[in-house]
Design a protein around this ligand. Structure first.
Ligand SMILES: [Zn+2]
Ligand SMILES: [Zn+2]
Length: 552
């Protein structure tokens, strides 16, 4: 049985630059498709998100642009939200980690962890740049990962092996390139070591977490967890709420995932719903990319365990791989990326949504954006299959029956098979969606469309022989089912089909199980059919390829 309440989050966008295709592929799009699906199923589902506003990269960049960090992040918060909206990412609420609610919440969680003896203070030796006259946490230092020996990694995360190094090898100041010196400072630590057994138990018991991810997180736990330095000597962050914590702030990964909770609670409370009660009775989904597994499978649950599950742990952490572009790693500095905003100036949101879901399995395997593959999939699948079927069925009905659905005769074998396809669609697609296999669910829908293309072809209604009325009746009903099933994936096009079918209201108000009904009766009058899509031109695609950075 599906839980009737859900809160969906996706990795928070770092308020430090524009959203590109790599961001939306692994997290925001799968989360949005899932939320739309849950809502159609009558689940009271809320998709909440926030910009991640704190940390050293933002401080460094705002200094360069001579803005205050608050001005700097306010700009990106708005821009990111606008870009997401243009892509039909339907957040119920989009807030920020620098909100007063999140700051108060983070400080409260810290106090509770401190009272429960999960925090200690320790003098540490920190990198310090004598040239820049400052402590150098995280991204201020680059070096070699001690675990996998990959060079040129930031000190707070190895992008190659995904681990957080205790100390990076061969460090260099990322501002000036000088080797830093070491100075003493006092930091606060979270006793992650305390939680090895509890985390292991939680991983074992949670049946919804991906098996392959669990396995290597279990290995991390077995090889020994290290306590976690949660404070920084910088000016931009959530202040540590202790009198003797002079000018220290929390590390971004201490506060940002707490904004999942504080943002949801703020949104729900504002709606007149008890936010905490809702959180604790809902299914909790955190959609992430595989680069932040460490943070979401260890830090995040350990902190919730440390405050006695006052806010329940996640049920689902759908974790997907990275997007490459034309087979190469996305890189902003080499201009090897495509901004979301830019893409949407060329093609409708639904083209990108369709393509990115279709190439994105429920796994940590990387996926590749390829302009030629994009063209093929849009032209032959989305347009050649789905667009063609809908336009053909509706166009024929308009032309021959003046848009009025005819009375049916008794069904022949082919009609009965077609009717059965409609009857099965909700369950066939729904079970894949519930298991997070969005790509397979989409494929199933396209197979349904393909079946009806063949059915229509086979019945030859243009000959107006016996059985024409049945073909029209079933095809138009199949178009309705198709619109409803595909709505979570390509909502704008689904709504267009809905209107062309002459159905009233907004398609998002319909319900998933109704999609397997023959919901359009004889006598119903269609709206005006018109082509749903325009073809992707290969000449344009060649231009887009050239707009990418120089290949190496
Ligand atoms: Zn590494
Ligand atoms: Zn320096």
């Amino acid at each position: 049985m599906m839980n009737k309440k859900a809160i969906i989050t996706s990795a928070l966008p770092y308020a430090n630059g524009e959203i590109h295709l790599g961001h939306v592929a692994s997290t925001y799009l799968p989360a949005d498709v899932t939320t739309r699906f849950l809502k159609l199923n009558g689940v009271e589902a809320y998709y909440v998100c926030a910009s991640d506003d704190f940390g050293t990269p933002i401080l460094i960049q705002s200094e360069k642009e001579e803005k205050t960090p608050a001005e700097y992040v306010a700009h990106w918060n708005k821009r990111d939200y606008d870009d997401f909206s243009a892509f039909n990412i339907g957040f119920d609420y989009f807030y920020k980690t620098s909100s007063p609610e999140n700051i108060a919440f983070v400080q409260d969680v810290f106090k509770k962890l401190n009272d429960a003896d999960h925090i200690y203070e320790q003098e540490i030796i920190q990198f310090y740049c004598n040239n820049d006259k400052k402590f150098l946490p995280d991204r201020y230092v680059k070096g070699t990962c001690p675990y996998c020996q990959t060079e040129d990694q930031y000190s707070d995360l190895c992008e190659s092996c995904g681990r957080v190094p205790e100390e990076i090898t061969d460090p260099k100041c990322s501002l000036c390139g000088q080797p830093p010196t070491k100075e003493k400072t006092k930091h606060y630590f979270f006793k992650l070591k305390n939680f090895g057994d509890a985390l292991s138990k939680w991983l074992d018991e949670n049946i919804h977490l991906q098996k392959d991810v669990k396995k290597y997180v279990q290995n991390w736990i077995k090889s020994g967890l290290i306590d976690w330095d949660i404070t920084r000597d910088i000016s931009w962050g959530v202040p540590v709420p202790l009198d003797d914590a002079h000018n220290k702030v929390f590390y971004g990964w201490f506060d940002n995932h707490l904004a999942y909770i504080s943002t949801a609670i703020k949104f729900l409370n504002d709606k007149g719903i008890n936010g905490k009660e809702f959180w604790n009775s809902a299914d909790i989904y955190h959609f992430i990319g595989k680069d932040i597994v460490y943070h979401h499978y260890l830090f995040l649950p350990a902190m919730r365990l440390g405050i006695n599950n006052e806010y329940k742990l996640p049920d689902y952490i759908p974790t997907r791989g990275h997007l490459t572009l034309q087979g190469k790693k996305i890189s902003k500095s080499r201009n090897w990326y495509i901004g979301l905003k830019e893409f949407l100036e060329y093609y409708p949101a639904d083209y990108l949504r369709y393509y990115l879901v279709s190439i994105n399995p429920y796994s940590q395997d990387d996926l590749n954006f390829d302009w030629d593959d994009f063209t093929t999939r849009i032209n032959s699948e989305l347009i050649g299959n789905l667009g063609n079927f809908v336009n053909r069925a509706l166009g024929f009905t308009k032309k021959v029956f003046d848009g009025k659905i005819p009375e049916t005769d008794s069904f022949d074998e082919k009609d009965s098979e077609a009717k059965q396809k409609i009857t099965n669609l909700a369950a066939d697609v729904g079970s894949l969606m519930e298991q997070n296999h969005l790509d397979r669910a989409l494929k199933k829908i396209m197979e349904f469309s393909s079946f009806f293309n063949q059915y229509f072809q086979h019945k030859e209604p243009w000959k107006k022989g016996p059985g024409t009325a049945n073909c029209v009746f079933l095809s138009v009903n199949a178009a309705r089912s198709l619109a409803m099933a595909i709505f979570p994936f390509i909502p704008e096009s689904a709504q267009k089909i809905w209107c062309q079918l002459g159905l009233s209201g907004n398609i998002h108000e319909s319900s998933w199980k109704e999609l397997s009904a023959l919901g359009i009766p004889s006598g119903h009058i269609l709206g005006d059919p018109s082509p749903l899509f325009t073809k992707v031109e290969t000449s344009d695609i060649e231009k887009h390829k050239k707009q990418l950075g120089p290949s190496e």
